[in-house]
Design a binder for this molecule. Structure first.
Ligand code: ADE
Length: 226
C-alpha cells in the first residue's frame, strides 16, 4: 500500500511513523508513506496558503489553489482508491472502515487546519470524509496518524501474529475480553481458573461470554448494530 499525506505541518505527523508497528510495516515493505507540505505549493514566497473566510467569521480557511496544485499533481502520478479528508464534520472512523481501507493500494489523505479547507476542494477531490471522534483537534494531522495506524496494522503480514488483529476489540462488533499474564496470583488477586485449565474450547467460550458482558456494560450500542 502507498499512502500520501498532504498537510500544513509534515513535521507534526512524521513521528508516529518512525516507531513500533508503523515503522516495522514500512521496513517490511508493506506500506510506503509520503508526506507533502502544503507550503511547498504556497501562493507567494511568504508561504501564503490560507485566508479569511467570505461572509466573515473567526478563523482562517485553507485556500483552494495550493491544495488543488498539490492534489492534482499527485493524481497525475497514480490512481487513488480513496481521497480522504480528515475533518470533525464527517462520519466517525470505525473498525469496519479501517478493514475496508486496509485492502486498498493507494490512499491520499488531506488534513485540514484552522477552520478547514475551502468547500470547493471537498466537492472537487474528496471521495471519503472521516472524523476520529466528536471533538475538535487543532488540525487533522493527529487524526490522520490515528487513521493510518488503524489501517496499517490490518494489512496482512504487518502484525507478527496474524490472529492478534482478528481478536482486537470491534473486529466482531464486540469489545475485547480481559487478558491476564503471569503471575497467576498477585496480592490475593487471582486469574480466572478457566484460563489456566488448558481446555481451549472452554477458554474460547469464556472469552466470548466475557466480551459480550464487557460490551453490554460499556458499549451496549455496539450490540444493536448489525
Ligand atoms: N480535525 C480536527 N478535528 C478532527 C477530528 N475530530 N477528526 C478528524 N479530523 C479532525
Amino acid at each position: 500500500m502507498r499512502i500520501d499525506i498532504v498537510t500544513v505541518s509534515p513535521e507534526l505527523i512524521r513521528s508516529p511513523f518512525e516507531h513500533s508497528i508503523l515503522k516495522r510495516a514500512q521496513d517490511k515493505g508493506k506500506v510506503e508513506v509520503h508526506f507533502h507540505g502544503l507550503r511547498d505549493y504556497a501562493l507567494n514566497r511568504y508561504g501564503k496558503i490560507d485566508d479569511y473566510q467570505f461572509g466573515g467569521g473567526a478563523g482562517m480557511v485553507l485556500m483552494i489553489e495550493p491544495i488543488d496544485k498539490c492534489l492534482s499533481g499527485l493524481m497525475q502520478e497514480r490512481d487513488y482508491d480513496e481521497i480522504i479528508y480528515m475533518t470533525p464534520d464527517a462520519p466517525t472512523l470505525d473498525q469496519r472502515t479501517a478493514n475496508i481501507l486496509s485492502d486498498k493500494s493507494n490512499l491520499l489523505i488531506l488534513t485540514g487546519h484552522y477552520k478547514g479547507v475551502d468547500q470547493r476542494i471537498r466537492d472537487k477531490f474528496i471521495t471519503k470524509e472521516i472524523s476520529i471522534g466528536d471533538y475538535v483537534l487543532s488540525g487533522g494531522e493527529l487524526a490522520a496518524a490515528v487513521l493510518c495506524d488503524a489501517v496499517i496494522r490490518l494489512i496482512p503480514g504487518v502484525l507478527g501474529d496474524e490472529t492478534s488483529a482478528l481478536t482486537d476489540s470491534f473486529q466482531d462488533n464486540l469489545l475485547a475480553p480481559p487478558v491476564f499474564t503471569r503471575p497467576a496470583e498477585y496480592d490475593g488477586m487471582k486469574v480466572p481458573d478457566i484460563l489456566l485449565s488448558g481446555n481451549f474450547p472452554k477458554i474460547e467460550e469464556w472469552r466470548h461470554d466475557a466480551a459480550i458482558e464487557r460490551t453490554k456494560l460499556i458499549r451496549p450500542d455496539l450490540l444493536n448494530d448489525e
